[in-house]
Design a protein around this ligand. Structure first.
Ligand code: COA
Length: 179
């Protein structure tokens, strides 16, 4: 992977909730199943990806927002929630782990170094904690990216948006399972 200038990763500053929320709002639809109605996508964004929500994440010492900058602001972000979680791979529940809640990159930067750089930063920051995530079972591009990055399937979970329940694959970085 070439050392693209745009692939250097940094932590978001506490006052950057606005630009991060804007990036999150424009990239979230990319991961949604095509059958999900636009109004439900918009509701999810308004509830979970608002500036106020990112303000909260940025103020929480157990949460991390990593960014890669482009010419006009961030072009990719990762949101990681450290802690014991009551969801995720069965074997990790209740134990410290790093939940990669969001990994989103602007389409102009897909196929480049941005996603890998974000994931590398997440992994380094996790400092040995298991890293896991949920990805919609139909999100073929993301699943391919995670597989080539060393994630393995650890189960499934249900993910409800707008009253419709979808299936997510739950993935964990291979080293965490000994795979
Ligand atoms: C997921 C994401 C961060 C990955 O970053 P990326 O830069 O696209 O990743 P890469 O291009 O390195 O890897 C994607 C792989 O999927 C392949 N791919 C692309 N479209 C595909 C498809 N429809 N089906 C299967 N594989 C596909 C690519 O060829 C590539 O594989 P390769 O390197 O073996 O050729 C990025 O695509 C993204 O932001 N997507 C939208 C948001 C999202 O879905 N986030 C994850 C939510 S859990």
């Amino acid at each position: 992977m070439g050392a693209m200038k745009s692939s250097s990763v940094r932590r978001a500053h506490p006052e950057e909730a606005g630009p991060v929320a804007a990036l999150a709002a424009r990239t979230f639809p990319l991961a949604c199943p095509p059958t999900l109605a636009g109004e439900h996508v918009a509701d999810f964004i308004a509830t979970h990806l608002s500036e106020a929500e990112f303000d909260r994440h940025l103020a929480d010492p157990a949460h991390r927002v990593f960014l890669v900058d482009g010419a006009d602001g961030p072009v990719g972000y990762a949101l990681v929630l450290h802690g014991p979680h009551d969801e995720g791979p069965q074997a990790l529940r209740g134990a410290p782990s790093a939940y990669l809640s969001k990994l989103y990159v602007d389409p102009d930067h897909h196929g480049g170094a941005v996603a890998r750089a974000l994931l590398d930063a997440v992994r380094a920051d996790a400092a040995g904690l298991p890293v896991w995530l949920g990805v919609n079972a139909d999100n073929a591009r993301a699943k391919r990216f995670y597989a080539k990055s060393g994630f393995v399937v650890a189960g499934v979970r249900e993910f409800t948006v707008g009253g419709t329940t979808f299936v997510d694959d739950v993935l964990v970085l291979g080293a965490a399972t000994g795979a």
